[in-house]
Design a binder for this molecule. Structure first.
Ligand code: HEM
Length: 445
């Protein structure tokens, strides 16, 4: 059986490369090893084996023989969300959490968010000053965070929810900074090194967040409202076989992990989408023509179903799969993937970034071509921005809603222009690939 290879460079150098130039890291892995490699630059506390062929992706996603399981791992996510988040659940409790939340994020339930998303995008873009460049990522985060807060708490305007929004941004920004965020990647720095140290700052923010969310939970316990249909209400109503409800700490872990995951990946994808639309006049014109073919008062659902808009969105998610790789799975018993023996105790994943840039699947992978999604149906193992299987994204449907409606509203109701003259290089922010420095300017329509 074949042996999976590792990169030749020292581990500390691989780690720096992954932090500072993640795309370069993936490219050099693929150039050196065509199917898989040991990703020693990514620290999950256990070595990580990355596969990047559709065949391996299928095996990992389908997990037909049950060789793989969800697992808790020592990662930066644990530092943020504590021990009771979605990412630290295993086995049955993980499956139960998925079963509970998936209906809240699909079908009829999220369709009711269509108009809210359109209104929010309009409000946020109306508030942007004219002729002053703005950060697309900041605007995208604002939009997606308000939608996420709505999903979780049922409203976003109240002062407490606005506080949650600001605090969440502060925490995320702290970790996103390449300097202050370093403790996240080097566990020995995850301790209190004085009042100004990033870790201490983070602990303070986490404590503030805890107080706000605990306050919200206590209020809801005191004044139960049967008409609420938000995710926190649902989580608070769950009981196990012994009749126990989730503790305040568990509730907070769930809320924070959903807020963080949902917001960061959606905001980054939305920014890439706007980048791709506003940098190419032809794409923007085609999109506008397709949107103009709809009636003015059209249901947001009709917008979401438009084929060219969908193709532009898919091509964005292909070229810039913001999470870069799927959540690692733990190997429970000896298995074979693509002729490689994989031992129990190994963490394995699919390198989505590499799969999406394989020349054999996507000719000219570095060229943005929405047409390829109109001409061809890619399998769920060739195109997998939301992963799949055991840990497949539960928020994909609402994320697509947000992406499509945001760009549709921006293009059809606002006069915006890209400021950047040169192509933007993807950079890592937390665990997400973002178009850092992307700026757009609003003109008078
Ligand atoms: C464009 C936006 C988004 C992208 C690209 C994205 C991508 C992903 C990916 C790749 C995974 C890992 C899948 C796997 O390992 O198989 C994931 C997991 C997850 N996503 Fe998303 N996501 C997005 C938006 C959202 C939203 C809006 C939410 C919440 C409302 C969300 C909640 C989650 C959760 C909870 C998990 C973990 C699932 C589990 O552990 O079982 N995501 N996402």
């Amino acid at each position: 059986m074949k042996q999976v290879e590792t990169l030749n460079s020292p581990v500390w150098w691989q780690r720096i490369q992954y932090i500072t130039n993640p795309v370069g890291y993936w490219k050099s892995a693929y150039q050196t090893h065509s199917d898989a490699f040991w990703a020693k630059g990514i620290d999950f506390g256990t070595p990580l084996l990355v596969f990047y062929t559709p065949e391996a992706a299928q095996q990992i996603i389908e997990n037909r023989h049950g060789h793989l399981s969800t697992t808790t791992f020592e990662s930066e996510l644990k530092a943020i969300f504590g021990d009771s988040s979605f990412f630290t659940l295993e086995g049955t409790s993980h499956l139960q959490a998925r079963k509970l939340l998936i209906p809240m994020l699909h079908g009829k339930h999220i369709r009711s968010y269509g108009q809210l998303i359109c209104d929010l995008v309009n409000d946020v873009l109306d508030s942007v000053p004219i002729d002053r460049p703005f950060s697309v990522l900041d605007v995208a985060q604002d939009i997606s965070m308000q939608v996420m807060i709505n999903l979780l708490f049922g409203s976003y305007q109240e002062e407490r929810y606005q506080e949650i929004k600001h605090l969440m941004f502060e925490m995320v920004n702290l970790f996103a900074s390449n300097i202050a965020g370093i403790p996240l990647f080097f566990r020995f720095l995850q301790r209190d090194l004085g009042a100004m140290s990033p870790w201490k700052k983070f602990l303070k923010q986490r404590q503030q967040m805890k107080e706000i969310i605990y306050g919200e939970i206590a209020d809801r316990r005191d004044h139960a409202d049967q008409n609420r249909t938000d995710i926190l209400t649902l989580l608070m109503s769950v009981t196990d076989e012994q009749g126990n409800t989730l503790t305040d700490d568990e509730l907070m872990g769930q809320v924070l992990s959903l807020l963080f995951t949902g917001n960061e990946s959606t905001a980054a994808s939305m920014s890439w989408l706007w980048y791709n639309v506003y940098r190419d006049a032809e794409i923007k014109a085609k999109l506008l023509a397709e949107l103009n073919s709809l009636e003015l008062s059209s249901d947001p659902l009709n917008i979401v179903r438009l084929p060219y808009l969908s193709a532009v969105c898919n091509e964005t998610l292909r070229m810039y799969p913001v999470t870069m790789f799927m959540i690692p799975r733990m190997v429970k018993s000896v298995t074979e993937i693509m002729g490689y023996r994989v031992d129990p105790g190994t963490l394995i994943t699919v390198g989505t970034y590499v799969v999406h840039h394989r020349e054999d699947i996507y000719p000219e992978p570095n060229v943005f071509k929405p047409q390829r999604f109109l001409d061809h149906n890619f399998s769920p193992y060739q195109f997998l921005p939301f992963g799949g299987g055991l840990r497949g994204c539960i928020g994909g449907e609402i994320a697509l809603y947000l992406l499509k409606l945001s760009v549709a509203i921006a293009v059809s109701h606002h006069s915006l222009k890209l400021v950047n003259q040169h192509p933007i290089n993807p950079q890592r922010r937390n665990t997400i690939l973002t178009p850092m420095g992307l700026k757009i300017i609003k003109n008078i329509a």
